[in-house]
Design a protein around this ligand. Structure first.
Ligand code: NAG
Ligand code: NAG
Ligand code: NAG
Length: 432
């Protein structure tokens, strides 16, 4: 009893300590963000202590917390929800109940969670996918993939790709009443990595007949070769995801070696033969001036780490490393980035690279955004920012079929543009 009380007391002290850390002045609902951040950092601290004490692994403890948030596949008055499998990959399907004269659009959603955590069962993702199905009159597929560290790269990619490839077959699309010309793939955070990687593979794969019409990447991580971009420096001890935790989780995803994680922290993890890839992530060229600030670009230090892995150079882990001819075939793209986010610059650089090869990109940057906000849309950890991102980005209305849906206006690519709500900067190529 006294031991439990002591532990509880310690947790309160920790929480109080973290909650006192100031947040940037333009952040909406600052106290909620502080509480959320303190909650996450307390879990991180406890998980680390448990691991050091040999009680359980860091990721086992965090997974327990994630699983508390799981939902069942429950239909409601608007949407039928079922769980099934696509090529043995578990999926949760959301189909609108109202009748449709014609085949529907589809949205495939890949959840985030640093490749180690999460599921479509998470309350926020269930809420998001249900909302998307209803709002867009779309068939929504939430898909799960094997998680690290039990399953390391490329298991996460392979599962996502297998499920998407299965879904894109004629007979499957017909079964679910989906229009093959209106398929969107979306993902947040490290789910955005998978969405981007799967899209590259689908578009460049001659065996796959039906292609992706739109990819929506929400605060995605898109490269692992440079771990010291301006965003990494700005957000080293930032909200929700610190640089150290990010690198720890990436290491769990790629390798069991702890020395590698140290090398990534020093940004000295790449081998000599990767020199040719750094032009693809050269932030001194690819980032808009405002976000480069006064940071000075230095050439990468290569060949210092003896455990460097081929995975770091693989476009399925770092979609930003695809060359221009691989990017040219990509569909219309929506990218959302957040200012207070470790992976902010990845989205900026992908936007630049896609625009350079003529891919149509819409980029929204949230000057008051924080990483992971879509995971906090349901009580008790409910942020208005998450709902704003949902409204903004879960609305990638796909091109309507010729002559139909005329009443939605002629804008065919994204939801009607109702001006720019609070804190959103829409970056057009001319203003970058
Ligand atoms: C990055 O860009 C700078 C110019 O801003 C250039 O001097 C440098 O050589 C480039 N480095 C790589 C690896 O592309
Ligand atoms: C890497 O290996 C080489 C030769 O095997 C050795 O000389 C060097 O010290 C090693 N470097 C590190 C960082 O372990
Ligand atoms: C781009 O990468 C693909 C696949 O690795 C390769 O076949 C192709 O030659 C490359 N194109 C250029 C222009 O480097």
């Amino acid at each position: 009893m006294t031991f439990k009380a002591l532990c509880l007391g310690l947790l309160c002290v920790l929480f109080a300590f973290y909650i006192c850390v100031p947040v940037p002045g333009n952040i909406e609902e600052p106290w909620k963000v502080r509480a959320l951040d303190a909650f996450i950092k307390t879990i991180d601290f406890v998980a680390t202590c448990f691991e050091n004490a040999g009680i359980m692994k860091y990721e086992e403890f965090v997974s327990i917390i994630f699983k508390l948030d799981h939902t069942d596949p429950l239909s409601d008055e608007h949407v039928t929800v079922i769980e099934t499998a696509f090529a043995d990959i578990p999926v949760r399907l959301y189909t609108p109940k109202r009748k449709s004269e014609m085949p529907r659009r589809a949205v495939i959603y890949i959840h985030g969670g640093a490749f180690c955590f999460g599921s479509f069962k998470q309350m926020s993702f269930d809420f998001l996918n249900r909302w998307t199905a209803n709002k867009l009159d779309a068939v929504v597929v939430g898909l799960d993939y094997r998680l690290a560290p039990q399953h390391q790269f490329p298991a996460q990619f392979e599962d996502s790709f297998a499920a998407v490839k299965f879904f894109l077959q004629d007979e499957v699309l017909t079964k679910y009443g989906v229009d093959p010309t209106r398929i969107c793939i979306a993902g947040d955070s490290f789910g955005g990595t998978l969405a981007a990687a799967v899209t590259q593979q689908v578009q460049n794969n001659l065996e796959i007949q039906h292609k992706i019409k739109l990819q929506a990447l929400l605060y995605p991580s898109l490269q692992l070769i440079d771990s010291y971009l301006p965003a990494h420096r700005d957000n080293e001890y930032g909200l929700i995801l610190t640089r150290k935790t990010g690198i720890k989780l990436i290491s769990l995803y790629l390798t069991a070696s702890e020395t590698l994680s140290l090398a990534v922290l020093r940004n000295q993890h790449m081998p000599l033969e990767s020199a040719h890839l750094f032009k693809f992530v050269n932030w001194s060229i690819l980032l808009p001036k405002k976000y480069r600030k006064d940071y000075v670009y230095t050439e990468p230090v290569l060949g210092r780490c003896n455990h460097s892995l081929p995975a770091f150079m693989d476009i399925r882990a770092s979609p930003l490393l695809a060359n221009d001819s691989q990017l040219r075939n990509l569909p219309s793209t929506y990218i959302l980035t957040c200012q207070y986010d470790l992976v902010r610059d990845d989205g900026f650089m992908y936007t630049s690279r896609l625009q350079n090869v003529g891919v149509q990109v819409t980029h929204d940057h949230l000057e008051d955004g924080i990483h992971g906000a879509l995971s906090f849309m349901t009580s008790p950890l409910h942020l208005h920012l998450g709902l704003r991102i949902k409204d903004r980005s879960a609305l990638p209305v796909l091109p309507s079929r010729k002559g139909r849906e005329k009443h939605h206006g002629k804008k065919d690519y994204f939801a009607p543009d109702h001006g720019h709500p609070r804190g959103i900067l829409r970056l057009h190529p001319s203003t970058r």
